[in-house]
Design a protein around this ligand. Structure first.
Ligand code: BDR
Ligand code: CA
Length: 314
């Protein structure tokens, strides 16, 4: 049976690829896509998500526009990584494809989808957790029916990519991550230390698009250019991390996970230098009121790339 999912995205170059993957993977049935401010402002996220959807057979999918601001923190975006439009500044080139879908409001759409769908919903969140936290704060009872939230975020026994120790999604809205972790809804965290084990290299994308000349392949080639240039300049490698596509594949093919641990997770919601940092101890740890979550620590990389190639480049 397919897994019914809501995707919550802050499109984003890697979110865009994650959306394409989620719609192509036979294990997933995407019921709705909700959008949040993160990589870029939610207005840009909405336009870009519609453009990505237009490249697919998107019929039946509902779209929800969500928060433009975090629960408490000041707005923070990353146009230097993802471009001003979140798509490496290539959205205009694909304008003609843009899906014509009416946009609803994210939180009511999340709650309605959970109530309406017979199979318990899984939420795959590849952006800051603001929409999900707002849905919990609005109607916890309904949100408790969610089977699992799979969230790309946090960083364990590793550095950060935004704060010294903080990963971007939890840095942007640490309060939301805290609300979600404490909600009692089963939470699986896919952290930076794992998503950075799947870099897509420039040479790979050249090879893949050389073999496959589909619209999806061409789009992925175009959309990753700016993202890869950024990593080349700042991280000194010619490529880009596939954080969000990996999160989607974990939802579709859980056996890809080689090591998952149960730990308490505290998110630093204050801090001058440490906002958004994730702290953990084993589940029997001493922080009495700390929530326990599942944290993915290792995946089968070969299986990930096989899946990536199969559902995006054939
Ligand atoms: C996360 O932040 C964003 O830049 C990416 O889309 C990903 O969701 C990685 O830290
Ligand atoms: Ca993202």
């Amino acid at each position: 049976m397919k897994r019914s999912v809501i995707l919550d995205v802050d499109t984003g170059v890697d979110d865009a690829i994650a959306i394409l993957l989620a719609l192509n993977l036979p294990q997933l049935e995407v019921k709705a896509i909700t959008m949040v401010s993160g990589n870029v402002h939610v207005d840009e996220v909405t336009e870009s998500t519609k453009t990505v959807l237009g490249l697919t057979d998107y019929h039946g999918i509902r779209l929800g526009k969500g928060s433009s601001v975090s629960l408490r923190r000041k707005r923070f975006h990353a146009p230097e990584v993802h471009g001003k439009d979140g798509l490496g500044n290539i959205r205009k080139r694909y304008d003609t494809y843009k899906a014509r879908i009416r946009t609803e409001r994210a939180v009511p759409l999340i709650l309605e989808t959970i109530k309406r769908t017979k199979i318990p919903i899984t939420i795959i969140a590849t952006g800051p957790l603001t929409n999900i936290a707002r849905a919990i704060l609005k109607d916890k009872r309904t949100m408790r029916c969610v089977k699992e939230i799979i969230s790309m975020g946090g960083s364990f026994e590793y550095r950060g990519n935004t704060g010294p120790l903080a990963e971007f999604n939890y840095y942007v809205d640490p309060d939301a991550a805290d609300v979600v972790a404490r909600s009692g809804i089963p939470l699986t965290v896919v952290p930076l230390n794992v998503t950075e084990t799947v870099p897509l290299k420039r040479e790979d994308i050249i090879r893949l698009t050389g073999k496959s000349n589909t619209l999806t392949a061409r789009f992925i080639y175009d959309v990753t250019k700016f993202y890869m240039d950024y990593h080349k300049k700042v991280e000194s490698f010619n490529g880009g991390f596939m954080h969000d596509p990996l999160t989607v594949v974990i939802a579709a093919i859980p056996s890809i996970v080689k090591k998952k641990i149960q730990r308490t997770m505290l998110v630093e919601t204050g801090g001058i230098y440490t906002g958004g940092t994730t702290l953990t101890r084993d589940a029997k740890g001493r922080e009495k009121h700390a929530p326990v979550v599942s944290i993915v620590m290792e995946i089968n990389r070969q299986k990930f790339w096989i899946t990536f190639r199969k559902y995006l480049f054939t």
